[in-house]
Design a protein around this ligand. Structure first.
Ligand SMILES: *Cc1c(COP(=O)(O)O)cnc(C)c1O
Length: 455
């Protein structure tokens, strides 16, 4: 960075540190911010630089790989090799949530259970696996191993594995991305290295090592693990680095979720249109997962869908990046915020500049949630819906209360949302991980949840 830029950045941060919203974040309060710069899709889609053609291309690639996935991962055989998660109503939890927050919650509350995606049990089974498949396909096509019309089931062979064994894949992760990329890469035959940040759980590292993945443990946080992975991979032409902060492939892999959700809503006869708005609450780390899903949702449902990001009070990186307009130039540490949270999938101190810039006029708002709240909601969800999630995956649950809160009248007026539309609305909580959490760890989470509820 040039001296002048560094000086300007220092001045900008000093300015923002005195503003009301950053001050509330610095005090670790739970806050919401609905961005007045949001625009209709027709106006803002150009910011992304991707569109329906790219989304359909990604969906077609996943369909080509379905015969391979059905063979390589028996838990995808029932869905013919399509990696997808259930959609579930939260009929029992919705009144409990209303009582817990002490407010009426009209509309229908649903959960998208990416926590139960096959292969790796988190939202990362979308983007992470997609990018590895995309890379494997381009190598295999170039080598003449397959054609676009071939049955990709042939890639589950020793010969194909030996071929991919000449190539390397590297990634930096707080845990779940490493888990997804490690498992699929090792299965295809790649040599794969996962750079894990300090907050990654031991069981995730153990599981990867059991798959023959090289796990490098870092003392520092996610951004440092990514930087180190990127540096090591750059020196090796046979190595593909999966860049969680900037990758369009990852982004498109996540976006395909919207097409699948569209079919699931149709099957449940849930309407999404101007009179039946859809609100979607997405836990946000670096931004690729929620950004990609939100991009797909906007393409499919247009202005009838309202996407809102959720972050821990200790890691509100996307909120700070978009609110200040400084994007990846700022980290939560610039605001004295420590990036220490039990929501390990969201423990990211610096946002993706690519996602922040591409999506800032398409994301309605952002809010923060405390770790204590995540644990309390984890316990309530387990108790009333028998769904066990990891802490990160609960971040979407308070979203409905922010949208309906009395103080957000301006936001609802700006979106022309009246009481009737809110009665007919669907609120979708994106549950991003949890089905692979070991039992002992889950017992510990539940105990922390009970303690948080009692406090
Ligand atoms: C990674 C992750 C997210 C957020 O995805 P980003 O791409 O980092 O924003 C949310 N929840 C869980 C459980 C995750 O692992």
């Amino acid at each position: 960075m040039h001296d002048q830029e560094a000086l300007n950045l220092t001045e900008a941060i000093a300015y923002w540190r005195e503003q009301p919203l950053p001050r509330a974040l610095m005090a670790l309060q739970e806050v919401a911010w609905f961005n007045p710069a949001v625009r209709p899709l027709a106006e803002a889609l150009g910011d992304v630089g991707l569109g329906r053609a790219e989304l359909d291309d990604a969906a077609a690639r996943l369909a080509r790989f379905a015969p391979y996935l059905a063979k390589a991962f028996p838990d995808t055989a029932a869905s013919q090799g399509i990696i997808e998660s259930p959609l579930r109503p939260l009929g029992a939890l919705q009144p409990v949530l209303a009582a817990y927050y002490g407010m009426a919650l009209p509309g229908q509350l649903w959960m998208k259970m990416d926590s139960h995606l096959p292969v790796s049990g988190s939202i990362k089974a979308r983007g992470g696996i997609y990018e590895v498949l995309q890379h494997a396909e381009s190598l295999a096509l170039e080598a003449g191993l397959i054609t676009l019309e071939a049955d990709y089931g042939c890639l589950a062979s020793d010969a194909a594995r030996a071929f991919f064994g000449h190539y390397r894949i590297a990634v930096g992760s707080t845990g779940n991305l490493g888990l997804s990329i490690g498992i699929i890469s090792a299965c295809l035959g790649f040599q794969v290295t996962v750079h894990m940040s300090a907050d990654a759980r031991q069981w995730k590292k153990d599981k990867l090592r059991a798959h023959g993945v090289c796990v490098v443990e870092h003392e520092a946080d996610y951004s440092s693990a990514v930087a180190e992975g990127r540096r090591q991979a750059a020196a090796d032409p046979a190595c593909h680095f999966i860049d969680d902060e900037n990758s369009q492939h990852l982004f498109l892999g996540y976006a395909v979720a919207a097409l699948r959700l569209q079919a699931q809503f149709a099957a449940q006869q849930i309407r999404v249109d101007a009179e039946h708005p859809l609100f979607v609450y997405l836990p946000c780390g670096v931004g690729g997962g929620p950004g990609g899903v939100a991009f797909g949702l906007k393409l499919v449902f247009g202005d009838a869908v309202h996407c809102i990001f959720a972050e821990p009070t200790h890691s509100p990186c996307m909120l700070l990046g978009v609110h200040t307009g400084l994007h990846e130039a700022v980290a939560v540490s610039d605001f004295g915020i420590d990036n220490l949270t039990a929501a390990d999938g969201l423990a990211v101190g610096r946002p993706s500049g690519f996602v922040g810039r591409a999506m800032q006029r398409l994301i309605d708002g952002y809010y923060t949630v405390s770790d204590e709240r995540l644990f309390a909601l984890l316990a309530l969800t387990a108790q009333h819906e028998q769904i066990c999630l990891e802490p990160s995956a609960l971040a979407g649950l308070p979203g409905i209360t922010w949208v309906l809160a009395a103080q957000q009248r301006d936001y609802r007026a700006r979106m022309a949302l009246d009481a009737q539309q809110l009665e007919r609305a669907t609120h979708l909580v994106w549950a991003t991980g949890g089905s692979m959490v070991p039992e002992a760890q889950m017992r510990d989470y539940l105990a922390q949840g009970q303690a948080a509820l009692a406090a």
